[in-house]
Design a protein around this ligand. Structure first.
Ligand SMILES: [Zn+2]
Length: 353
């Protein structure tokens, strides 16, 4: 009898030791410590030259906002996302290949100009929203960031080619817009308290054809998102799980905001292309000196400011790993370019983690 009691209490001790180790490991896994004061002062200094900049570091597994700079902009600002949206457009093409006549390995030639289909009606409001140019022969076009040449999906993501995305989106622009809004919830708030009062996000109840088409490249103002929304939806995409309600309470697990189901092979193909963004693509000028950080995927975005066709917002979304922990970094600069100003801000943050 004594022997049995002894055995039971030994098991109890072993069990409680194992439980505490497990609890410690699982708790410590959910935490990444930040030198918040240092980050704050570095970003403050950056913001002197780039007012309105904002940063979020988000744990996609837990839904935790672990670090935020400039809450007002990060949680309650809504901006043209530009090319970061191409990740979700690409998923839409892959998951609905028939409707978009999509083939990821087919190359589309980009000569720096996307010519609008002759049937597309250009409204006076389009002229205020888009920088629509005219060729000598009268054809109207939207510009690409450069002449990308023959471009497949991988390169279109790495180098962010507008011609590529618009050429597929024009096959069924209503469908791509509907998918971005319905499947990816890009026109909805994040849910929960961090977005503050619910804002009516849709800019125009009767959008024109070009506005709908350009939503596939995050332009035109029909889709505008907060940096927090970017963290939420990219977090879900990177780990291929439900989108969570973002929370600043790192002790509680966040609830599901939207159920998301992923076509894993499409998502994994896309993640490979997103790995190339900082290696050879639009974020290749961002030099990371922090050897503890490994960048797993990233995307830049340069979105036209609504109603100011020559001014742009700058975005980066970066999925990175540090000490075995995976996080999403969203940097936003009110005026600038994704590969430049947002890249400088991302580098500043990553090098000081
Ligand atoms: Zn291009």
């Amino acid at each position: 009898m004594q022997y049995i009691q002894y055995q039971i209490s030994t098991y109890k001790i072993i069990f409680s030791i194992l439980f505490s180790v497990f609890a410690f490991v699982s708790f410590s896994d959910s935490l990444l410590s930040y030198d918040t004061e240092k980050l704050n002062s570095l970003i403050q200094e950056f913001s002197r030259h780039h007012p309105g900049s904002s940063v979020i570091i988000y744990n996609p597994d837990k839904g935790h906002v672990e670090y935020v700079f400039n809450r007002e902009t990060a949680f309650r600002g809504f901006f043209s996302p530009g090319s970061i949206i191409k990740v979700f457009s690409a998923m839409a093409f892959m998951e609905n290949a028939g409707q978009f006549q999509f083939n990821p390995s087919r190359r589309i030639i980009c000569r720096g100009k996307y010519f609008l289909l002759p049937s597309v009606r250009i409204t006076p409001s389009d002229e205020k929203i888009f920088n629509i140019r005219r060729e000598n022969d009268g054809r109207r076009y939207l510009r690409c960031s450069k002449s990308h040449g023959p471009t497949d999906l991988h390169n279109a993501i790495a180098h962010s080619c507008n011609v590529y995305f618009l050429s597929y989106a024009e096959k069924n622009s209503n469908l791509i817009y509907k998918i971005l809004v319905d499947r990816w919830k890009l026109n909805s708030s994040v849910k929960g308290s961090l977005n503050g009062a619910q804002i009516k996000l849709s800019a125009n109840p009767f959008p024109g054809e070009i506005e709908i088409l350009a939503s596939s490249i995050g332009e035109g103002g029909l889709i505008r998102i907060s940096p927090l929304k970017a963290a939420q939806i990219f977090g879900s995409f990177f780990i291929q799980k439900n989108a969570l309600i973002p929370s600043e309470n790192i002790k509680a697990n966040s609830a599901t905001a939207y159920s998301m189901h992923y076509n894993r092979s499409a998502a994994n193909d896309l993640l490979k292309a997103l790995q190339a963004v900082h290696q050879t693509g639009t974020l290749s000028s961002m030099k990371i000196t922090n050897s503890r950080v490994k960048i797993l995927a990233s995307k830049t975005g340069t979105g036209t400011q609504y109603g100011k066709i020559f001014s742009t917002h700058a975005w980066n979304v970066i999925y990175f790993q540090i000490e075995g922990k995976k996080r999403v970094l969203v940097t936003f600069v009110k005026k600038g370019y994704g590969g430049k100003e947002a890249g400088q801000l991302s580098r500043l943050v990553i090098n000081h983690l």
